[in-house]
Design a protein around this ligand. Structure first.
Ligand code: ADP
Ligand code: ZN
Length: 209
């Protein structure tokens, strides 16, 4: 099964992608995580991506499309995958189609903008493994220390308030049109993001039936 998770930054795509990954046994692919890793390792695509990411802008389509294409051609993707954070523009969605990738379902996690700012403000990520936490909703057991790997847990630079507003603006301008794109293809389902992660997960798994 090939799935796409759509939603504003901070809607909880990453968390849900991990849950579906565990439930269905298919890998969750986050272009954001791949890009952050590339930046950390100073690779060529990382060097190209960094300034856009820090500013809350989208990384150019040709860079992300190349990354995604490489990733989904790896053997663990042969029975399907969950895309978290890709596509983010209509040209990226068109690139998937021209690669011949069949998409079974697109689930939008809807969270109103007012709630997003609060969620992202409290978000923390592990510098070492990329695990994501939230000071109120999903705290680490020990403050500032990753439960999974013991790495340092920090605020992402693009979760700073001014950058969050820019990311939301970009989401509405460039990514939200994908709802119409996939609605027109009969693929879209919308799940309203709930306060408790498990409640969203329940709706999400139902949307996949
Ligand atoms: P979010 O929390 O906003 O969903 P991600 O971790 O998915 O963030 O992505 C972080 C950043 O990486 C984005 O703000 C953007 O700069 C870049 N990025 C990730 N995926 C894409 C994509 N498909 N197209 C363009 N840029 C992307
Ligand atoms: Zn970690």
């Amino acid at each position: 099964m090939n799935l796409i998770l759509l939603g504003a930054p901070g809607a909880g795509k990453g968390t849900q992608a991990e849950v579906i990954c565990a439930a269905k046994g298919i890998p969750a692919i986050s272009t954001g995580n791949i890009l952050r890793e590339a930046v950390k390792n100073g690779t060529e695509s990382g060097l190209k991506a960094k300034k856009y990411m820090d500013a809350g802008e989208l990384v150019p389509d040709e860079v992300v499309i190349g990354i995604l294409k490489d990733r989904i051609s790896e053997p663990d993707c042969k029975d399907g995958f969950i895309l978290d954070g890709f596509p983010r523009t209509v040209p990226q969605a068109e690139a998937l189609e021209s690669m011949g990738v069949r998409i079974d379902r697109v689930v939008e996690i809807y969270v109103p903008d007012e709630k997003i700012a609060k969620r992202l403000g409290g978000r923390r990520v592990c510098e070492a493994c990329g695990n994501s936490y939230h000071v109120d909703y999903k705290p680490t057991k020990v403050e500032g220390v990753c439960d999974a790997c013991g790495g340092r847990v920090v605020t992402r630079k693009d979760d700073e308030p001014a950058t969050v507003l820019e990311r939301l603006r970009v989401y509405h301008e460039k990514t939200a049109p994908l709802k119409d794109f996939y609605e027109a293809r009969g693929k879209l389902k919308t799940v309203v993001g709930q306060e408790a992660v498990e409640d969203t997960t329940r709706l999400m798994l139902a949307a996949l039936e």
